[in-house]
Design a protein around this ligand. Structure first.
Ligand code: IPE
Ligand code: IPE
Ligand code: MG
Length: 243
C-alpha cells in the first residue's frame, strides 16, 4: 500500500494532495525569450516561488517541496552557480519572518553540508526560526539528488555500530535513513517547462506519485496553474498496483 492515500486530506468534495513536489524548470528559457541574462530568469523564478508558497497554503497543501538545485547543477558555469546561491541567501534572509508569521516551517533536503558555509548557517538559522510552523512544511531541495540520497542512506546504515546495526532492512527501516524520514511521499509531482523527466528528484519517494507536466515556464507559474495541476490530480485514479 502506498503512503500517499493515508496522508491525503479528505475534504467534503475533493481530495487535496498532502504533498506536492515541483521541479521548477525553465528559468533560463524564460530569460532567453526576453533577451535577459539567465540570472534574471532565476530571479523571476524566486518571485514564482513566493506566489506558489502562498497559493499552496490557500489550497490547503500540507507539504510543498521545491527542487531548487540538483547535485548535477554544479556542472553549470561558475557565475550561474554563484548567482543561484546568492538568490538562495536572499530568499532565506528576506522570507523567514513572513514564513514564521504564516506558520510555515522551512526545511531543506539534500547534501547541504557541501554548500558554502554561510549558506549552511542561514539554513540552520531558518530551520530553527520556523521550527514551530504547523500550517505547511516548505521543503527546499538544495544540492539534492535522489541517487545520492539513497547512497547516503546506505552509507549511514554501514556507518552505524555493528552491534546495533540492523541485520536486515525493509522499506520502513530504510526510510528512516533518508534525509527527511517523516516527510510523506509526494502525491503529485509537477514539472514545468515541457521537459518530461524526473532529473534525479525524489527517486525513492516517487514510486507512486502522480506526474504532471506543463509547458508553462517556471517564472510564469502561479496559483491558477497550481490549481489546474491539483484538479488534474483529482481526476486521476490511484491504484497502487491494486484493481
Ligand atoms: C530551473 O531553470 C532552475 C534550476 C535548475 C536551478 P533552468 O535554469 O534549468 O532553466 P532552463 O531549463 O535552462 O530553461
Ligand atoms: C532539474 O532541472 C533540477 C532543478 C529544477 C533544480 P534541470 O534543468 O537541471 O534538469 P535537466 O538538466 O534538464 O534534466
Ligand atoms: Mg532546466
Amino acid at each position: 500500500m502506498g503512503q500517499g492515500k493515508a496522508n491525503e486530506v479528505e475534504n467534503e468534495v475533493e481530495i487535496i494532495p498532502a504533498h506536492v513536489a515541483i521541479i521548477m524548470d525553465g528559468n533560463g528559457r524564460w530569460a532567453r525569450q526576453r533577451h535577459l541574462p539567465r540570472i534574471m530568469g532565476h530571479y523571476a523564478g524566486v518571485k514564482a516561488v513566493e506566489r506558489t508558497v502562498i497559493a499552496a497554503t490557500n489550497i490547503g497543501i500540507r507539504y510543498l517541496s521545491l527542487f531548487a538545485f540538483s547535485t548535477e547543477n554544479w556542472k553549470r558555469p561558475k557565475g550561474e552557480v554563484l548567482g543561484l546561491f546568492g538568490l538562495f541567501r536572499y530568499y532565506i534572509k528576506c522570507k523567514v519572518k513572513k514564513l514564521k508569521e504564516e506558520n510555515i516551517r522551512l526545511r531543506f533536503s539534500g547534501r547541504t553540508n557541501l554548500l558554502p558555509e554561510d549558506l549552511q548557517d542561514l539554513i540552520l538559522w531558518a530551520q530553527d526560526e520556523t521550527e514551530k510552523g504547523n500550517r505547511m512544511d516548505l521543503v527546499v531541495c538544495l544540492n539534492y539528488g535522489g541517487r545520492q540520497e539513497i547512497i547516503d542512506a546506505v552509507n549511514r546504515i554501514l556507518d552505524t555500530d555493528p552491534e546495533t546495526r540492523p541485520k536486515q532492512i525493509d522499506e520502513e527501516s530504510f526510510r528512516s535513513y533518508l534525509y527527511l524520514p517523516d516527510l510523506p511521499d509526494p502525491d503529485l509531482i509537477i514539472r514545468t517547462s515541457g521537459e518530461k523527466r524526473i532529473s534525479n528528484f525524489w527517486l525513492w519517494q516517487s514510486s507512486y506519485s502522480e506526474l504532471y507536466f506543463t509547458d508553462v515556464l517556471w517564472p510564469d507559474f502561479d496559483e491558477v496553474r497550481l490549481r489546474e495541476a491539483v484538479e488534474e490530480y483529482q481526476r486521476r485514479e490511484r491504484r497502487y498496483g491494486g484493481i
